[in-house]
Design a protein around this ligand. Structure first.
Ligand code: PEP
Length: 261
């Protein structure tokens, strides 16, 4: 059985400029040190806006801070006349490890279809980046099809043709839970994450399913993180609002200590 290191990933969305980002990362690091957090028990990922990446990468390299760096999006193209797009090649040069693909805000506000999401997964993998593939149902989908049908279909499309040895992360983010304060119950999260693991098994094989981390996202806070982390198929969280509050994100990262899991 593969050991899946818990992954606590902070999606800052369009918050914190590069100066605020540097101050935030330093404070988060100090907060974890003050609390005697043991690096390595979990993986901490931060996903700042593109304009912050260089500053944050320089800081975490210079101060040997044990955070992984991620971007919030990637172009389907590698380079060329695509104004405003950011290539996976450039992200890889910045030593970015992860990239969020298919976040519901990109699907909704930028009309990213399942085909575009699938292309972005391939673009990330082409450049050695680990895609954090986001899937999730809207409130209407939930009502009409139940919780798992839409995320399962989205993941099947995103992973079609992805090789068995690819390193990916999946994030189950019910759209109705994002930023709403109305989190899914741990049971709901577990049920859908288990189905998503079956999709990884069917498309990439059993080994991939055993090693791939599946995160829950949607109104995760320090007060509810532990309840998700007890679930066998939930390997971490993609955290939005609470990831830009130092004390909150620090407490989320230290969930093993403060709730005695
Ligand atoms: C997100 O945007 O990925 C997210 C989960 O947001 P929040 O934690 O604020 O619900």
């Amino acid at each position: 059985m593969a050991v899946r290191t818990p992954f606590l990933a902070g999606n800052w969305k369009m918050n914190l400029d590069h100066l605020q980002a540097v101050a935030f990362v330093q404070k988060l690091n100090w907060s974890l040190k003050d609390a005697s957090h043991e690096n390595g028990t979990v993986e901490v990922g931060i996903f700042p806006p593109f304009t912050d990446l260089r500053s944050v990468q320089t800081l975490i390299d210079a101060d040997r801070i044990a955070f992984s760096l991620g971007a919030q999006d990637v172009s389907v193209h590698d380079r060329g006349a695509y104004t405003g797009e950011v290539s996976g090649e450039f992200l890889a040069k910045l030593r970015v490890t992860y990239v969020i693909v298919g976040h519901s805000e990109r699907r909704e506000y930028h009309h990213e279809s399942d085909d575009i999401v699938a292309e972005k997964v391939r673009a990330a993998l082409r450049h050695g980046l680990v895609p954090v593939v986001c899937v999730g149902e809207t409130a209407e989908d939930l009502e009409e099809f139940g919780a798992s049908a839409v995320p399962v279909a989205q993941l099947e499309k995103a992973l079609a043709g992805v090789p068995a040895d690819a390193d990916i992360v999946v994030a189950y983010e019910p759209v109705w839970a994002i930023g709403s304060g109305q989190a899914a119950t741990p049971d709901q999260a577990q049920e859908v994450c288990a189905k998503l693991r079956e999709v990884v098994a069917a498309t990439m094989g059993e080994d991939a399913a055993a090693r791939t981390r599946i995160l829950y996202g949607g109104s995760v806070k320090s007060g509810n993180i532990a309840s998700y982390m007890r679930e066998p198929d939930v390997d971490g969280a993609l955290v939005g609002g609470a990831s830009i509050v130092v004390d909150e994100f620090s407490a989320i990262i230290r969930y093993q200590k403060h709730v005695g899991v």
